[in-house]
Design a binder for this molecule. Structure first.
Ligand code: UDP
Length: 235
């Protein structure tokens, strides 16, 4: 296998499936099956899940809510998604642990790096909920931070599009996809991969990012097998 330890980032919106809000059970189960396939190959899998399908602090602030209050709601939303994903994975027979960046001890372990790494070594999928635990950050930043902390080989950002394009493929028919691109070129060309905080953290720590279509069955396994799927951002 190409990678030994991966950090998979799933956005909250990805869990909505065809719905407008919340969690789509079918989509959740599909993801759980995809993740199981790579776990069965002996890959160590950590997951950071977003919360945008339930709440975003910025959206709250746009309606007059205090931003920090909204961000706390967003972080709790990621814990809800984490619990849902944990349940779906365990129904497929995958062992999991949910660790939260905000203390919520009755439902999730606190984030403890050494403990997380031990779970991974034992073949358990570790889901990181609660983002970074701080307002004004995103779960992309949490994903990069946790990936570096647990010494993951790569961050796999599962999205609805199959990679990074020269322009938005939904708006520009002539847009072409990159198989690979450097961090610097992403910045120079003004392409959007992650928010700047997350992206720079990844660049500074030379952590490669693969952007790929998580909704296409088998893609996750193909990536860990070393096949060229999506776009890889590297130094
Ligand atoms: N959030 C936060 N700190 C973090 C991560 C997330 O305050 O470290 C809040 C923030 O309000 C954000 C929401 O949680 O909008 C959901 O996360 P995100 O928008 O990254 O989810 P995604 O877009 O991946 O679904």
């Amino acid at each position: 296998m190409h990678y030994k330890r991966i950090l998979l980032k799933l956005s909250g919106e990805a869990l909505m499936g065809e719905k407008q809000y919340g969690i789509d059970a079918n989509r959740l189960n599909e993801y759980a099956e995809e993740i199981k396939q790579v776990v069965d190959k002996g890959i160590e899998v950590a997951i950071v899940i977003g919360g945008g399908n339930i709440f975003r602090g910025l959206t709250g602030a746009a309606t007059g809510m205090d931003r920090v209050q909204g961000d706390h709601m967003g972080m709790l939303a990621t814990v809800i998604n984490g619990l849902a994903l944990q349940s779906a994975l365990e129904m497929c027979g995958v062992q999991t642990r949910l660790q939260s960046a905000i203390k919520i001890n009755e439902v999730a372990e606190p984030f403890i790096r050494r403990r997380a790494m031990r779970h991974l070594e034992k073949g358990r999928v570790v889901i990181f909920g609660g983002g970074t635990g701080n307002p004004y950050f995103t779960t992309d930043s949490a994903a990069v931070l946790r990936a570096i902390e647990i010494e993951a080989d790569v961050i796999l950002k599962g999205t609805r599009v199959d990679g990074i394009y020269t322009a938005d493929p939904e708006k520009d028919k002539n847009a072409t996809k990159f198989d690979s691109i450097s961090f610097q070129d992403v910045l120079t060309k003004g392409l959007k991969v992650m928010d700047t905080t997350a992206f720079t953290l990844s660049q500074e720590n030379e952590l490669p990012i693969v952007v790929f279509d998580m909704n296409k069955k088998g893609n996750l396994l193909k990536i860990v097998d070393g096949q060229t799927i999506g776009t890889t951002v590297n130094i």
